[in-house]
Design a protein around this ligand. Structure first.
Ligand SMILES: [Zn+2]
Length: 334
């Protein structure tokens, strides 16, 4: 990834476009559908056509950027502000797009972070477990189970990463699968004395840290200060947003997790790479092609298109549906 001052990008549409293009292809353009990279002629304007499978694509087809449709310099500008942690309502006077558009783009940034957080990350070693309640400033019932609040489960590997999950409740049935799938057996677990954790001694070593008053202060390594540090870090970030839409809470949460885990990194190139290269891209293309096929089959059934047209459609996408099977010229046997 290129190292460049984001302000330079924000000043120049050409440079920022080149930056995102370089992030997308790494110098080598390849067919998003079949990964072919040798003959990709340019057809009409900025659209390329794969000589192997016939798939037509633009530079940012299938990425998050495809849907944004704003100038690249403004995109770089917004990403810069996002990385600095400036909420969109505060930067509204300095944008060439509307506040609504800026919010939409911020949501896309968060979405890309969220989508990339779905790795099968497994923690090991010394792990602190805890739950926390978010959104405590509202009126009404307080504490566990209050309406309009979000319950979050967090795992923190000491000197490592934190993993968070929004959870419906803090019962054993909810927590057990999360612990099982995201920690290695034989780890050393630190938790509070919540009863849902009692089974942990089966999976590894378990240290219960008591937090009530009257109990002498925990000594040495017997604490869950790491995960509690994350809770305050995360809530501090979220306070500055004036209320978080309920259906977007998971995006905001993962963003703070991302910030916590990459605290020493420059987030600009990381998020830029998320925006242009995504594990979901190929999936989206597959989905799109699949829908096309379903539509074509339905259309044949309804008599909208005939067999000949279906044959042509399959022929056009042959190496997509059957990669490595037949050369392109081979007539598809329908
Ligand atoms: Zn192709």
């Amino acid at each position: 990834m290129l190292v460049i001052n984001p302000l330079k990008l924000a000043n120049d549409c050409k440079i920022s476009r080149a930056y995102f293009r370089a992030a997308r292809w790494g110098g080598k353009r390849r067919c998003p559908s079949c990964d072919y990279q040798r003959r990709l002629p340019l057809v009409n304007g900025d659209r390329f056509r794969c000589s192997r499978c016939g798939y037509r694509f633009k530079d940012f087809t299938g990425t998050y950027l495809e849907r944004l449709r704003i100038p690249f310099d403004e995109l770089a500008h917004l990403l810069y502000l996002f990385v600095l942690g400036v909420p969109s309502y505060r930067s509204r006077h300095y944008l060439t797009v509307s506040l609504k558009t800026a919010q939409r783009i911020y949501t896309t940034f968060r979405q890309s972070i969220y989508d990339h957080s779905f790795t099968d990350q497994v923690l090991w070693g010394e792990i602190e477990l805890d739950e926390a309640m978010y959104g405590g400033r509202r009126k009404g019932k307080r504490g566990w189970g209050a309406a309009g609040k979000h319950l979050v489960f967090g795992l923190y590997q000491r000197n490592g990463k934190v993993l968070t999950f929004p959870i419906p409740d803090r019962s054993r049935n909810t927590l057990t699968p999360l612990v099982t799938s995201h920690t290695k057996a034989g780890s050393l677990y630190y938790t509070d004395d919540w009863h849902a954790y009692t089974w942990l001694s089966v999976k590894g070593d378990h240290v219960v840290v008591r937090k009530e008053e009257g109990v002498p202060k925990a000594k040495g390594r017997h604490h869950i200060n790491g995960i509690e540090g994350f809770w305050s870090f995360s809530k501090n970030w979220l306070y500055q947003y004036r209320g978080i839409p309920r259906h977007h809470f998971h995006l905001y949460l993962k963003k703070t997790e991302f910030r916590f885990n990459q605290e020493d990194e420059d987030l600009f190139p990381i998020i830029a790479s998320y925006l242009v290269i995504s594990g979901t891209n190929i999936f989206l293309i597959t989905l799109k092609k699949g829908m096309e096929l379903l539509n074509a089959l339905t259309a044949v059934e309804l008599g909208v298109i005939n067999d000949q047209q279906l044959r042509r459609f399959m022929h056009r996408n042959i190496s997509f549906f059957f990669p490595n099977s037949l050369p392109r010229r081979y007539p598809f046997p329908v």
